[in-house]
Write a protein that binds this ligand. Structure first.
Ligand code: MG
Length: 357
């Protein structure tokens, strides 16, 4: 759904004014370049920007509803009409919160994430604690974040790489017809380490393994979702034979999927818009550690709000791919601090989200 900036700025609905107030607005987040992966392309992403207010303090949340995940403004509005936040008490029990949201209806992880993120921000502000500290994250353990270089013509790929100067790792989307040429184009102008995301786009097992060995020589550090998510046999075989880590993304959505990834992948890609927010993402990290799985924390097209929510958990992960603010044109919030290729966590209470300068 397309909405104007004027519409974006105006809360369209207010829910449950008794104790907490929940308001939300649709927002169209525009991408700097069309986002293209193996079977798909788009120029913008529909968001819900959501606020929960309690006694004059406001927590901010966000749902990024990429079309292939099935959520949109209409599904989010229908869901939010069923949400009652008046029973919530501080300190919040996030197990209860997520159980409540899941009981309303299954699925809809992005709009559930918006509520979860806003409640974490709100609770952090009420108790004057930065969100990252409440998860036991250490700000000095922040991993460098990669920036995604989407599929494009060689000329535009070169331009994107040159524009990505602030990042120390590039993530390359493969799974098209010219994967090797695309890597060679990047290597002609950059020696930065690479992550590869095939987005389920590879189909031939032995050819894929040969290609992975070649990618290793090119400085690729990990590969996301090489084969279709339902092809467990092929993904397991690649994991067993690959010289670099194979990471499940589309195959891993919520907590229940983590144990299924064990033996099939070396690690998992956790995203707040899949996990229904920060609380379950944190549980997924803990579960992955129990199972000796590596953890990449990733994102959809997101503003500073969801980026900071993910960054609060990133020090607990092995790798970060949190590039939303770099790839979008109309982030409604101030950019978080970014230094030496890493997001900087501040000691502001809650998420540390700031207004646009
Ligand atoms: Mg991916």
């Amino acid at each position: 759904m397309l909405v104007s900036l004027e519409q974006n700025a105006k809360p369209i609905r207010m829910l449950n004014t008794k104790i907490m107030k929940l308001t939300y607005q649709p927002y169209q987040l525009n991408l700097k370049y069309p986002f293209t992966i193996a079977h798909y392309s788009r120029t913008h992403t529909p968001l819900i920007l959501l606020q929960i207010e309690h006694e004059g303090i406001t927590g901010f949340g966000e749902a990024s509803m990429v079309p292939y995940m099935g959520e949109n403004f209409e599904t989010a509005s229908i869901f939010l009409k069923k949400v009652d936040v008046s029973w919530l008490k501080f300190p919040l029990n996030f197990d209860e919160v997520i159980t409540y949201l899941d009981c309303i209806t299954p699925g809809h992880p992005a709009i559930k994430a918006a509520i979860d993120i806003a409640l974490h921000d709100l609770e952090g502000k009420i108790f004057a604690i930065p969100c990252y500290k409440s998860f036991g994250s250490q700000s000095d353990k922040m991993p460098v974040t990669s920036i995604t270089i989407g599929m494009d013509t060689p000329q535009v790929i070169v331009q994107k790489v040159l524009e990505a100067k602030q990042c120390k790792i590039l993530k390359v989307k493969l799974g098209g017809q010219n994967d090797k040429a695309l890597i060679e184009t990047i290597r002609s102008i950059s020696n930065l380490p690479l992550y590869v995301d095939a987005n389920q786009g590879w189909t031939h097992l032995e050819k894929s393994l040969d290609f992975i060995y070649w990618l290793k020589e090119q400085g690729v550090l990990l590969i996301e979702q090489p084969m279709p998510k339902n092809d467990i046999t092929s993904n397991s075989w690649l994991t067993e034979n690959s010289p670099i880590p194979i990471i499940g993304d589309e195959a891993v959505q919520r907590l229940g999927d983590v144990s299924k990834a064990s033996g099939v992948y070396h690690g998992i890609n956790i995203k707040l818009m899949k996990s229904a927010g920060m609380h379950e993402a944190h549980q997924m990290i803990l579960k992955a550690r129990d199972l000796n799985l590596k953890v990449l924390i990733g994102c959809m097209s997101e503003t500073s709000c969801a980026t900071l929510a993910s960054a609060a958990l990133a020090p607990l992960c092995d790798w970060a791919d949190l590039d939303g603010p770099f790839l979008t044109k109309n982030n409604p919030y101030g950019d978080p601090m970014f230094r030496s290729g890493k997001w900087v966590l501040t000691d502001d209470p809650g998420l540390g989200l700031v207004k646009k300068a």
